[in-house]
Ligand binder design. Structure first.
Ligand SMILES: NC(=O)c1ccc[n+]([C@@H]2O[C@H](COP(=O)([O-])OP(=O)(O)OC[C@H]3O[C@@H](n4cnc5c(N)ncnc54)[C@H](O)[C@@H]3O)[C@@H](O)[C@H]2O)c1
Length: 435
């Protein structure tokens, strides 16, 4: 089998199939990633290098930039990125490119599965017509299915093997063949009636999270105005044994999924003349959170008669969430950029992210002017020492990595803005301002 796209989704999947005894070709356009896989050198946190090296040494997992290997495969799984264009429309170019590469080597009896998160209708409207150009009948000569990926990077309890997998084919034989493939490595496979249903399942799951996080972020802003501790409110509400599920506020959404996937659904809904009000509203509330954090920091400094300009601000955790190295769409980047634009001296500490480039694509409103050049250069993660904590005018907890010693943070820092409730129950010399 072949797996196209050896990223957060593709590499763990390729490794699992190889461990189950499949002969796996990992195909990626990134030659460095291909070389790393062949060396048995993992660049994805959830894949252990020793395990990767083991399957690579046995020849069970081989990587290449050349899609020709697809010709020898019974099954092909596509796990390429699905980002947004600058205009916030779905960017289907990676899927189109991957399908074009696969199509050139497709043969009768082959199964093709798309795992990339996308709008409902992608397989039927985009992928199937492209595959039909091979002359093979899609659903008979060539099986086609969609199966959403549910990997939760950093989650030790739920991994590829024990997360149930939803599978929907373009017709019953396609569903059947795809279920048979996944059953080899996944404990529970759940078939649905179509590719469109399977595509929608993934968007429901991520929209559910995005909307609930949006709701709780809004509640956090209301609690803030009322002088209430939103964390205490949630903890108490969560004692209700039915009809309530706790979600937590934070500095904003990040990662490849939550800030992006629901927009795929609202885009498709718009084409069908339906307004996805909840999705758009949640996206708006969540996108405003980094700004809110910056305002919180400014207000906290103001209480100590300090302006943001010239203050030393240390951000703890720049990954988009706890215990991962992924900084895609991370709210920490926006927070750092806004603070830098206001004239703060910014630094960060993150054991998972040794270096950081903030980039210059954000136009920073500054003194009434929009300045594009006013960004910090490349930054390196600072080691978290008592001296560094004490020297900062404000320490901001953005990603609550378990590696941080929060007791030391409240002991040595002077002022802490905590966006994750990481300092819950801890006391020290610091004044702690919570989101
Ligand atoms: N990261 C997650 O937690 C997660 C969870 C569920 C679903 N998804 C979805 O899975 C898909 C992949 O996400 P990811 O996080 O693994 O992305 P990623 O950026 O980590 O990996 C994608 C890989 O695809 C490669 N690639 C790009 N174009 C290619 C092509 N034409 N042929 C072969 N390889 C190509 C890239 O070089 C990269 O290595 C996305 O649709 C995403 O929304 C991601």
């Amino acid at each position: 089998m072949a797996i196209l796209g050896l990223g957060y989704v593709g590499l763990p999947l390729a490794t699992e199939f190889a461990l189950a005894g499949f002969h796996v070709w990992g195909i990626d356009v990134d030659a460095e990633r291909v070389a790393a896989v062949n060396r048995g050198d993992s660049y994805i946190g959830d894949v252990n290098s020793a395990i990767l090296a083991g399957v690579a040494a046995k020849g069970l997992l081989r990587a290449s930039t050349d899609p020709a290997a697809v010709a020898d495969c019974d099954a092909v799984i596509i796990c390429v990125p699905t980002p947004l264009r600058k205009t916030k429309d779905p960017d289907m170019s990676f899927i189109v490119d991957a399908v074009t590469r696969v199509r050139g080597h497709a043969h009768a009896g082959q199964l093709i599965v798309l795992e990339s998160t996308t709008y409902p209708g992608t397989c039927e409207e985009l992928v199937a017509p492209m595959l039909a150009e091979t002359g093979l009948a899609v659903g008979r000569g060539l099986f086609l299915a969609f199966s959403p990926e549910r990997v939760d990077p950093g989650n030790k309890r739920f991994t590829t093997r024990n997360i149930p997998k939803v599978v929907g084919g373009v017709n019953e034989p396609s569903t059947h063949v795809a279920c048979a493939l996944y059953s080899a490595i996944i404990e529970r496979v759940h078939p649905v009636s179509s590719t469109k249903t399977a595509e929608m399942v993934k968007l429901l799951e991520n929209t559910f999270r995005s909307v609930n996080i949006g709701l709780i972020n809004e509640l956090a802003l209301i609690c803030d105005r009322m002088g209430l501790d939103v964390w205490e409110v949630i903890e108490a509400a969560a004692t209700k044994p039915f009809g309530f599920m706790p979600f937590y506020p934070g500095p904003g959404l990040g990662g490849h999924c939550l800030p992006i996937d629901p927009i795929y659904l609202s885009w498709k809904a718009k084409l069908l003349d339906v307004e996805a009000s909840f999705i758009d509203l949640a996206a708006k509330v969540n996108a405003a959170m980094p700004r809110h954090v910056v305002e919180k920091i400014a207000a906290a400094l103001n209480d100590e008669a300090k302006p943001v300009r010239g203050s030393a601000i240390l951000v703890l955790g720049v990954a988009y969430k706890r215990d991962v190295a992924d900084i895609r769409e991370s709210p920490a980047l926006d927070i750092l950029k806004h603070l830098a634009a206001l004239g703060a001296t910014v630094a960060y500490s993150d054991p998972h992210v040794p270096r950081l480039r903030l980039g210059s694509h954000l136009h920073l409103a500054h003194g009434g002017h929009v300045r594009n050049e006013d960004v910090t250069p490349d930054m390196a993660s600072a080691e978290l020492t008592p001296e560094r904590l004490a020297a900062a005018d404000c320490v901001v907890i953005v990603a609550n990595h378990t590696a941080f010693d929060y007791a030391a943070v409240v002991r040595h820092a002077r002022l802490v803005v905590d966006t994750r409730n990481a300092t819950k129950g801890l006391a020290g010399g610091a004044r702690v301002v919570k989101l």
